[in-house]
Every structure is written in C-alpha cells, then in structure tokens.
Write a protein that binds this ligand. Structure first.
Ligand code: SF4
Length: 224
C-alpha cells in the first residue's frame, strides 16, 4: 500500500515510480495492434479529430464500424461538410448519440473551413471553441496530433488514477487539470497510453485483476 500524504493521495515519489513501472509494462500505441491503429482511425489529423469526436460514450468496435465506411466517403472537412446529413447519420449510426454527433460534425467542419482555412487549430483555446470538442478531445488532439506533453483523461484513466490515489475526484475535467500538474514532464507524453491500457486490461471497472497488477504495491485496494 502506498504512503498517503495529508490529503490521502500518493506522494510525488510514488507517482514517478508508478509511471516508471507502467512504462516498462505497456507499449506505446504505435507498437500495439489496437484496432484504432490497425484501422487507421488516426492516420491523418482529420481522421483523428473526427474519430475522437465519434468515440465519446462508445466502445472501440462501434467507433471502427462507423469510421471505416465514413473514411471511404470523406477524407477532409470540405467533403464532410458536403456529405448529405442523412447519409452521414446512417454511416455513423453505430456510435452513441449519432444524431447529435451528426449535427456537431457538420458545425465543426464549417468552423474549421471558415475560421481556420480547413486546418485544425493547434491551441487549447481554439480547439475548445470547436463544436462538440471538450477537454478530453482537446487533450487527445494536443497529445497525439500536435505532440504536446498532455494527458487526456477518459473513464479508464480516471478510474485507475482514483484507485491508485494519485488523484481523488469523480470529475474527468478536474482530474485532467490535476494530473497534468502533478505528472513529471518525462512521463507526460505517453502517460495516457499506459494508463488507458492498464484500465482496459487489468484495472477494469468490474473485477480488477489486482493480484496480476504491476503497481499493486502502491494501491490501497490490493489486499496482499
Ligand atoms: S491493485 Fe487492483 S485496483 Fe489497484 S491499480 Fe491494480 S488492478 Fe487497479
């Protein structure tokens, strides 16, 4: 079990140790056969942004089922904007909230064309102004497309961070602010990739595999 500080959270030394172990346990995404990578869902900045927007509240298999046919029809924001709304809605039907996402994608495409000459803006402030783009999508774009040292927090990352008492909050937005403040810069670039793999493979929502966990010595939930 980790030694907790006055707020009941892991110390900075322990946080660095946890990242070090995770980095030695999990590959970075480009070295995995994750369907997101093998289906080219982020092979261009356009695909990255659209795929991530479609992925909210949706499992990867359904994102793939929507994105693969979509990218056979469109490859840039002009083509996306020109696509008939009903056709777009039908193509992305596998993902959650496809009606709302259809509207958001069209508005976002128009913003990028009219305000940014068809190029995705590279600053947090401008990304957050795009229709349907929140903190998580922004952090993913900054990290994976624009190579910034930024950690995106999704449901898996949020769960792992709370269980390890690296943070203590139910809010993904709050967690994103905090984890980006306390993570050593050396680990920031790939922290999301290690944490999400740990959350999906070991520290699962139901029945986490604590006895197999590479960082269980730091976790108050592990009863050795
Ligand atoms: S010990 Fe269990 S709860 Fe703690 S991080 Fe590992 S898998 Fe998750």
């Amino acid at each position: 079990m980790n030694k907790l500080n006055q707020q009941g959270l892991a110390s900075s030394n322990e946080i660095a140790q946890i990242y070090e172990i995770l980095s030695q346990t999990y590959p970075t995404f480009e070295n995995t056969d994750d369907p997101w990578m093998t289906n080219g869902l982020s092979s261009t900045p356009f695909k990255s942004l659209v795929s991530v927007c479609l992925s909210t509240m949706t499992i990867t298999k359904r994102v793939v089922n929507a994105c693969v046919p979509l990218y056979q029809r469109v490859s840039n924001f002009e083509e996306l904007l020109a696509l008939d709304d009903d056709e777009l809605r039908q193509i992305i039907k596998p993902v959650a909230h496809y009606n709302r996402k259809t509207v958001n994608l069209k508005l976002m495409a128009r913003q990028i064309i009219e305000l940014h000459n068809g190029n995705i803006p590279e600053t947090r402030e401008e990304l957050m102004k795009l229709q349907g783009v929140g903190r998580k999508v922004t952090d993913i774009m900054l990290n994976f497309v624009f190579s910034k040292d930024t950690i995106a927090v999704d449901t898996h990352v949020l769960r792992v961070l709370n269980r390890l008492k690296i943070i203590a909050t139910d809010s993904a937005e709050d967690a994103a602010v905090k984890i980006n403040l306390i993570t050593p810069t050396f680990y920031k670039k790939h922290a999301h990739e290690w944490l999400i793999q740990h959350g999906m493979k070991v520290c699962t929502a139901r029945k986490p595999k604590c006895s197999e966990c590479c960082v269980n010595q730091f976790c108050s939930q592990f009863d050795s």
